[in-house]
Design a protein. Structure first.
Length: 100
């Protein structure tokens, strides 16, 4: 009996606060439009530093292209990791010699 009362209380609280179950929409105002997302500007992302600011001389990333920016950033991280492994390999082959 206690579990049923708790479940009924939870439903009442959810209805009173106006939150739909997991939809992110309010129950009371079904026709409401969410606030539009601000336009994506790569110059405001993490990693933009002075004195250069946002450095993209070839213009690969356009303002408003969030998917393209994330793709280019992921590629940059992958290429950086490969370059670090290549540097370690160059040092390794200098110091480790196989007989022969």
């Amino acid at each position: 009996a206690g579990a049923k009362a708790a479940a009924a209380g939870a439903k009442t609280v959810g209805a009173a606060t106006g939150v739909g179950a997991g939809t992110g929409k309010s129950v009371a105002g079904e026709g409401e439009q969410p606030d539009p997302q601000p336009s994506f500007d790569p110059a405001t992302e993490v990693g933009v530093t002075q004195p250069l600011g946002y450095f993209d001389p070839a213009g690969f990333c356009k303002v408003g292209d969030l998917a393209g920016f994330r793709n280019l950033r992921a590629a940059e991280i992958k290429h950086g990791r490969v370059a670090m492994m290549a540097a370690v390999g160059a040092v390794f082959q200098h110091y480790v010699k196989f007989p022969g």
